[in-house]
Design a protein around this ligand. Sequence first.
Ligand code: HEM
Length: 407
Amino acid sequence: MPGTNIPQHVPQDLVRNFLSSHQDAMERDPFTALRYVYEGEGQDIFFDPLGARLTQPHLPGAWVLTRNADIREVLQDPVLFSSKGITGFSKLLGQDWDLIPVELDPPEHAKFRAIMNPLFSPKRINELEHDIRECASHLVRKAAQRKDCDFNEAFGRPLPVTIFVRLMGLPMEEFDTFMRWEDMVLHSMDMNVRHEGAVEIHNYLKELIAKRKLQPVDDLVSFAVKAEIDGQKLTDDEIMGICFLLFVGGLDTVAASLAFTFKYLAENPEARQRLINEPDLVASAVEEILRTHSVVVTNRIVTQDTTFRDIKMKQGDCVVCYTALGSMDPKEFENTQELILDRSPNRHLAFSTGPHRCLGSHLARREMQIAIKVWLKTIPDFWIPEGAEIKAHGGIFGLDSLPLCWD
Ligand code: HEM
């Protein structure tokens, strides 16, 4: 129950039942709903009794940061704000391994980051450009044979998932199964369903890792199997930690961001036209769409009793960082509610900051840029059918479906 899940050291005047009182608004449009945190006399940092319900349901609520500067400071200070256990996935399985590198703190984190950085470097992404373009063209040509589609099914999911499935060395025929597991672990509010999804992914990856150990090929799972740190091969838990994170981090984030991108484009014909006339604007438009639709919510665990911005936090407290709040703070962004296609500078936090800054950001950006250019070339005019009800989900923010139509 909201209001009852509050540790003793949290003063009553810092408690705000934000999530429970904005649940309906969050389902309609999480980014509009989140703006309510800046309304009224609210504190910059408050304690939400439901604050960490997705990843840390065992904790009594969490501190919520609302300011870009505070979120940056926390994300850039892994000594005071640890990432250990932040996703809760291995705990969900009754096990104790880290998702790598996202649940590691320095100095271990840097060792893994160093071996993983080249996998998603700008050079590597340039090599993938042709495949991304070809896949996007194929999907949009197929969609254009009809006059309507659910964007998620026809384009938004298959594009990043096809590229990712190839990189991971997973069989394309099992696309639907992967998406079902992904929905279970990332979007269900039922812990049993999340557990079941995590077990399926874990078992599947375990088998695949064993196969690649016997016969490595040119894919990310084989990379993890062959990788060495300080002359030592990775342990089975480390290999699983890398593969599990790539599986849950790489499949859903771009698809979710594309859904919000195309909802915005469907609702804003003048923006579509501008991007068609000025294709060089697409790169900055993607940054601005990522700013106004930052889909990831992450958190950190306080490592020792401390005072942060005059607030007493205790060791073990959870601090929730909505990257969306870091990206929409009116103290940081002028006219923050406006989506300005050529906004510059644009210090959004969609990809986080600090040591855990997103490893896949170059890939994500390139996929989004190509998706916009290729779709607008084939289907320049499109809209959401009248009366369509569009619902959003949490975990990673996304849209359940996005019906689109065109002439
Ligand atoms: C628009 C799409 C994406 C968004 C918005 C996004 C966002 C993020 C965020 C906010 C973090 C940091 C989490 C934290 O600080 O706790 C992160 C980390 C990470 N992301 Fe992404 N991501 C996206 C796409 C991808 C893709 C496509 C991949 C892989 C193929 C990927 C792989 C990773 C990895 C491995 C990390 C962990 C980095 C570390 O801990 O050092 N991401 N991402």
